[in-house]
Design a protein around this ligand. Structure first.
Ligand SMILES: Cc1cc2nc3c(=O)[nH]c(=O)nc-3n(C[C@H](O)[C@H](O)[C@H](O)COP(=O)(O)OP(=O)(O)OC[C@H]3O[C@@H](n4cnc5c(N)ncnc54)[C@H](O)[C@@H]3O)c2cc1C
Length: 328
């Protein structure tokens, strides 16, 4: 029988990577392209489904991994566009049950043009349109697309999923891998897990919560799946002026989340915008719950967690085997 201690040893499955390299990308085909925001949203995110059956990715991608897309054309310096990575949002068996159709939520990157960032630094006016995200969002069913991958060896479900409980924390498109993980754990071939799964999703507006209806539906179906949302730019509750960021959910649901996070069997996954791991680290440390997920590398402990800066945390904390991080 496993001891509590054994649960802290996290065995990850062996996965394939770089079966298709950017030097020799493979041709796949778009089979779906629909919005995956909640109602009318100002940030356009589309769930793009791609048939990879004619490529080496077929049946080889594990949930938590990403695949690469190479947009056509050249960048501002006239060089061919580089590969961009997109997290797989499908379970291991894909959308079709055989690992042939993979989906990912693609957020259109749109910004005001900044000539300082542009390759040749010409003065531009108008909007900067991200090359790959807008290309992908504009594709139609039947269009060909160049793919590479898989990428990623660590942001994975453990080899023996039944040994662990799960706290998944996301901002924005960081929710992508959790769609697949939740489907894998609750609707996968091994049957529904009885372990606890908590999904904490952060977005600026309610309409930006991705796959929101799907998660609400799964929450109604499985009493061990808990789905919490943090909306930052809408009042959090009647009478309040502000919204909340995702780390605040750890406080507002401490009574139930605290004991889950204290279990040695629990794995913590953080996915989304670069830097989000630091607000979670800080919050966990303030709640006395960081042990087991990150360990100090330097003298960070002499400072109060409330004063920890991102730079200090980047240098001073190391994620343990129970903490998986994918930020971009
Ligand atoms: C592991 C991993 C997983 C990922 N998963 C997802 C996912 O599931 N979904 C998703 O949508 N994305 C995901 N991404 C991000 C994705 O790879 C791309 O970075 C993203 O789609 C933007 O690519 P793009 O080609 O549209 O933008 P790019 O053309 O590469 O532009 C990128 C950034 O540069 C800025 N920029 C560049 N030049 C200028 C300029 N001249 N003026 C102003 N701004 C400029 C843009 O504002 C933009 O923020 C992931 C990344 C990683 C590393």
């Amino acid at each position: 029988m496993l001891t509590e201690q054994d649960c802290t040893v996290v065995e990850l499955p062996k996965v394939d990577t770089r079966l298709i390299t950017p030097k020799a990308p493979a041709i796949a085909r778009v089979v779906g392209n629909l919005p995956c925001t909640y109602g009318k949203s100002n940030s356009w995110v589309r769930n793009v489904a791609i048939d990879v059956s004619a490529t080496a990715l077929a049946g080889k991608i594990r949930i938590g991994q990403a695949f690469g897309i190479i947009p056509p054309g050249t960048d501002e310096d006239g060089k061919p566009h580089k590969v961009r990575l997109y997290s797989i949002a499908s379970p291991d068996a894909g959308e079709d049950g055989r690992g042939n159709i993979l989906c990912t939520p693609v957020k259109r990157t749109i910004a005001e043009f900044d000539p300082e960032i542009g390759g040749n630094r010409r003065a531009h006016r108008g909007m900067f349109m991200g090359a790959c995200s807008n290309y992908l969002c504009n594709l139609s069913v039947g269009d060909e697309v160049l793919v590479t991958g898989p990428a990623g060896k660590r942001f994975l479900l453990p080899a023996d999923a039944e040994r662990h409980d799960y706290v998944f924390i996301a901002t924005g498109t960081g929710i992508a891998p959790y769609r697949g993980m939740v489907l894998q754990l609750l609707k996968g071939p091994a049957g529904p897990t009885r372990r606890d799964i908590w999904l904490l999703a952060g977005a600026p507006y309610t309409s930006d919560l991705l796959y929101h209806e799907l998660f609400l539906e799964i929450e109604r179906e499985f009493d061990n799946f808990h789905y919490l949302q943090a909306v930052s730019r809408e009042p959090h509750a009647p009478g309040e002026l502000r919204g909340i960021y995702v780390d605040r959910l750890l406080v507002s649901h401490l009574e139930r989340l605290g004991p889950v996070l204290e279990r040695p069997s629990t794995l913590l996954y953080l996915c989304g915008i670069a830097g989000m791991q630091f607000s979670i680290y800080r919050r966990l440390a303030l709640l006395g719950l960081l042990d087991g997920y990150a360990v100090p590398k330097s003298d960070i402990c002499v400072t109060s967690p409330a004063d920890w800066t991102s730079t200090q945390m980047r240098r001073g904390l190391r994620a343990t085997a129970r903490c998986m991080i994918e930020v971009y």
